[in-house]
Design a protein around this ligand. Structure first.
Ligand code: DC
Length: 232
């Protein structure tokens, strides 16, 4: 039996962080935590309570005072999928909608929101045996994580993957718009004033532009020095 560790995964958008993190957690029998879902849940809370104006301005003071009343948990549904709960209510679908997506970067730039969520994330990792993905996991949440991975891929490859996914969901979006969105999100993530996206100096770089999911898992096993299955 191996000692449980913390695996911190950060990186650019549309690099498949959450799919990889989920696959690692399933292989190792670890808990998976999607921190983007937590920022999305707080955004939903702010929208529901009228803390975001129609122009998109967030009432920071009111949201900050309400934070102690915001609890976020994860439960598994019957098919083993992770469901995000806001104060006990399953909001997994609602947090992915366009309304939440368009305000989440503003809410996640608020220092008090970050402090609240970072605290919750650190509590979730207290017993280790956790795979957490986000933008600041290896730098802020778990700077002493035993394994840190920073994921990236060529922007054109990421845009191509997202474009195919959106097309198969019936979207009429153009490839150029998807590429512009990928580049804009990179810029916003790397240039925001509060905890911008950075690769921790000790994070392993995983460029998956030309890797299949199976090859990514082989890469991980090589880094860990053991097969992932049954390492709990
Ligand atoms: O990964 P995602 O698209 O679901 O993330 C939603 C938003 O939350 C995105 O704007 C980046 C932000 N985020 C963050 O600031 N810090 C994290 N640890 C995770 C996500």
């Amino acid at each position: 039996m191996q000692k449980k560790i913390i695996i911190a995964i950060d990186g650019h958008s549309s690099t498949g962080k959450s799919s990889f993190a989920k696959a690692i957690a399933a292989r190792m029998g670890y808990l998976y935590v999607d921190t983007g879902a937590m920022y999305r849940a707080v955004t939903l809370y702010a929208l529901r309570h009228g803390f975001i104006s129609p122009q998109g301005d967030v009432e920071e003071d009111r949201l900050t005072s309400a934070l102690p009343a915001v609890t976020i948990t994860f439960v598994r549904d019957a098919d083993g999928r992770n469901m995000t709960c806001l104060n006990g209510e399953n909001v997994e679908h609602e947090i992915r909608d366009i309304r939440v997506s368009s305000y989440v970067s503003r809410v996640s730039a608020i220092a008090a929101v970050r402090a609240h969520l970072v605290r919750l994330q650190q509590q979730m990792g207290i017993d280790k045996g956790i795979v957490m993905d986000g933008r600041d996991i290896g730098t802020v949440v778990f700077p002493a994580a035993e394994m840190k991975i920073f994921m990236t891929a060529d922007p054109h490859v990421r845009a191509e993957r997202r474009y195919k996914e959106m097309k198969s969901n019936g979207s009429t979006v153009s490839f150029d718009d998807v590429l512009a969105n990928v580049l804009r999100r990179d810029y916003e993530d790397e240039n925001r004033s509060v905890t911008p996206l950075r690769r921790a100096p000790d994070a392993l770089l995983l460029d998956n532009s030309r890797l299949s999911p199976e090859e990514q898992m082989e890469w991980l096993e090589k880094q860990l020095g053991v097969p992932c299955a049954g390492t709990e």
